[in-house]
Each structure stands twice: as C-alpha cells, then as structure tokens.
Design a protein around this ligand. Sequence first.
Ligand SMILES: [Zn+2]
Length: 170
Amino acid sequence: MRDMSRKQGASSPCAACKLLRRRCAQDCVFAPYFPADEPQKFANVHKVFGASNVSKMLQELPMHQRSDAVSSMVYEANARVRDPVYGCVGAISSLQQQVDVLQTQLALAQAEVVHMRMRQATSFSGLAGNSVESGSPSSKLTTPHSHSRSLFAMDMVVDQTNMGESLWSC
Ligand SMILES: [Zn+2]
C-alpha cells in the first residue's frame, strides 16, 4: 500500500499535507480542494475543525458534494477565526436582523401606499369634503417615519432572543 503512494512523490504536496508535514498521496482526500497555493484556506479549517475530522467528514460524502462541503467548512472556519464567540452565527443573525428591518420597512411603505391610495380615492369621490382633508397630509406623512424607528428598535431586541432560540435548537 505504501509502495503505491510512493510512486507519485514527485508532485508538490497539497496545502493540507504541507501543513501536516506528510506525504501527499495520489488519493489524498484534501488535494482536490486545498491547492498548495492557498495555504490559509486549510490553516483555518485545520485550526477550527481539525484535519482528521475534516478528512472523515469528506470521506463520508459522495465526491460531487465534497467541494460544497469544503466551501462551507472554509466559510465557517474563517468566520470562527474572525469572531471566536459567534462565528458564522453572528453573520446569520445580523443578516436575519437586516431582513427583519427591511421587511418592516417594506410593510410600512406598503401600508403608506394603501393609505395614500385610499386618501386619493376619497378626495376624488367627495370633492366637497376637500377642505377637511387639506390640512392633514403633512402631519399624516410624518407619523409613519417616527413610528418606524421605534418599531426597528423593538424588532432588534425581540429578534435576538428569537434568533438565539431557533439557532441553538437546530
Ligand atoms: Zn494532500
């Protein structure tokens, strides 16, 4: 078995084998995904997951899924190195918050559109009541904005607890 892998010792080792100071075999599980010219890619994965775990995880997967698995492990490892407390959960959580903020903004904008359309419809249908409505638009337009700010602040607080629960449970 050793003799077989020894035959191709001429080619340079992959980034993983280089860091682990071992010979890179023909069937090295790391070689296709950790080229020698990207040493940092494996360094972080090794630091966070450990080389033998990465090797096991890759071997348990069919060939066509290994590249995606490596990409996600590299992403997770880099995030963990950058943020030792939250790792990629920090990124997911902040994106989730952005989604919630934007969804709130969208809902408010849609509500405003509905409100304006209704006002337009009523002013067209009853021109006699025009004088009653004329003073209100400016004051009505300012309320959604001040309201939205307080909603965002609330969302941030409420959301973090929700995020934590759903992330840790799965
Ligand atoms: Zn190798």
